[in-house]
Ligand binder design. Structure first.
Ligand SMILES: [Zn+2]
Length: 250
């Protein structure tokens, strides 16, 4: 049921994006961004408690530019965006803006299927084609991959590895797609612990509105938004599923 609900949300968001794509101002200025290695303490946190990674799935959408502004306004916060190949292809400007603002772009499959249920060739093409689109648009092939719905298996991980990507699940699920209020998105995000990875989605008003509260709440605990790196130790997403990624300093 959860899976179905999320699919519906995603298709709704995808449709909205495709329909509103023509309305996205193509002449809007690219975010000036910030280069790698810049101090990332704009949020007011001293980062003494460590780093957590904010991730936004299912973009780019018509809201991506607003999200980028919210993150910038919250203290030049950077995040990881798991985009689908189909939406990236439909909105190359969205992908470029994310990259230009210094964020990391990960692969979230091409059409957002349950990869485990597909035949081997189709499943691999979902990942390969998305990496091609992102590479063509940003000059860099993704090094991080998140399976839709967190649905994965050995074959999926192998496909990702073959394309030079580390699989990333999450350690804090905000359930932001379910229509919960902004405050609940914030409090769900703030259950994350140092090194953890927060699951959020592009294209949602409650999530967009939650960004300042999340960054503030992290800063109060001495945490800073960071990037995602490979972890030697397995990290548990939920009982029975582990992955090898964690948050670290940008
Ligand atoms: Zn997704």
């Amino acid at each position: 049921m959860k899976k179905q609900g999320r699919s519906r949300i995603w298709f709704g968001a995808a449709l909205a994006t495709l329909m509103s794509f023509a309305a996205v101002p193509g002449a809007a200025q690219a975010d000036p961004g910030h280069g790698p290695g810049t101090a990332r303490t704009g949020s007011g946190s001293d980062c003494s408690a460590g780093y957590v990674a904010l991730t936004f799935d299912d973009g780019p959408t018509a809201s991506t530019t607003a999200y980028l502004k919210a993150l910038r306004d919250a203290g030049r916060v950077r995040a990881t965006w798991f985009v689908t190949g189909a939406l990236a292809a439909a909105s190359p400007e969205g992908t470029r803006r994310i990259a230009a603002a210094g964020h990391h772009i990960g692969n979230h499959s091409y059409t957002h299927p349950d990869l485990v249920s597909l035949d081997a060739a189709t499943a691999y093409a979902e990942l390969r084609d998305t990496s091609r689109v992102v590479r063509a648009q940003t000059g860099r092939a993704p090094t991080l991959f998140r399976p839709p719905f967190g649905s994965t298996d050995a074959r999926t991980r192998q496909d990702a590895a073959r394309l030079g990507m580390t699989e990333v699940i999450w350690t804090a699920d905000t359930v932001d797609w379910s229509g919960i209020p902004t405050e609940t998105v914030v409090s769900n995000a703030l259950t994350v612990r140092a090194g953890g990875i927060v699951l959020l989605h592009d294209g949602l008003q409650n999530t967009l509105a939650a960004i300042p509260g999340i960054v503030e709440g992290l800063a109060e605990r001495g945490l800073c938004p960071g990037r995602i790196v490979r972890s030697a130790e397995p990290v548990e997403a939920w009982p029975g599923l582990t992955f090898h990624a964690k948050a670290a300093r940008w």
